[in-house]
Design a protein around this ligand. Sequence first.
Ligand SMILES: C[S@@+](CC[C@H](N)C(=O)[O-])C[C@H]1O[C@@H](n2cnc3c(N)ncnc32)[C@H](O)[C@@H]1O
Length: 330
Amino acid sequence: MKAVRVSFEESESVRKKLLFDSALDKTRKLVKKNGFIEIPVTESFDEFEFTIVEQDSPEYYLQKQTLVSSLNIPVSEKKLLPRGWNILGDIVIVTLNERLEHRRKEIGEALLCLYPGCKTVLLDRGISGQMRQPMREIIAGNGTETIHKERGCLYMLDAMRIMFSQGNLAEKERMSKLGRNETVVDMFAGIGYFSIPMAVHSKPKKIISIEINPVSFYYLKENIKLNKVGDIVESVSGDCSKLTPRNVADRVIMGYLDGQEYLPHGIDALLPGGILHYHEAVPEAVENRPVERIMEASGIQGRHAHIMSVRRIKKYAPGVWHVVVDAIIK
Ligand SMILES: C[S@@+](CC[C@H](N)C(=O)[O-])C[C@H]1O[C@@H](n2cnc3c(N)ncnc32)[C@H](O)[C@@H]1O
């Protein structure tokens, strides 16, 4: 079970932050170990700013039933059971070893019993295509629309049809502190992963949020209403290669991992001196690739890029990192 290891002095402020981010595992106790405090976190938590440890013998507030103890299946299958899952609003999302496919209904029912506040369990089989659509199946309960709360923002979504990455919390938090009084273009807005926290916490002058997937676009509009940021966020439905405005933005977010072909549009949108946040899935062997792509695309357009930072957000696949490059485009 995962925990964040911190000094005694910082433990209370980190505990409060994790609680606010819905990352605190409230079923386990804080544990003192080797002069540090271990704060229990959910299995999906993977922020780089913290030291994460695996607890061998976690301490629970109540002797909690576990997935393993609640299922009547052979020991050989119990060994294959997942050790973690994600909870989005009131929906549990779980990935299963293919040798447990025939047990999916029992596992789904057991998870629903463990989380009485949840209404549905979805089996996740990955994400596909340009529109980042999840491949999921209901294995227990019913209803797949939910409202997920994260860092003071509300996200309505249909968990069957929409992805919601919980692994880039630190990046969403960083974005939520940028953009004050600026004009921002979010070229791959999804349901508002970056636009909503930025609008709620930073209050830019305007965010133009473009999204191509009609289902995501529907929830983007719902989330603008839900978070009361209609005066800041303007939603635009369609392809950002056709709809990104030119020469208007102080800041452009390109939060699509395969978006190099859209770089000219992102650069074009920026006023001289504006800032580009360019995301890419980058194999370790070509670590400098996103920087080279920004430099090249800027040069072709007669602009100059000054690289401010390159940061790894999370592991995307073995040997491949989700990276974001910040660059000033002059
Ligand atoms: C990966 S998701 C957004 C993820 C979000 N930034 C995050 O980190 O969780 C990328 C979004 O870009 C949208 N998209 C892909 N190509 C697009 C295009 N050409 N124009 C506008 N939106 C696009 C997809 O439908 C998807 O909702």
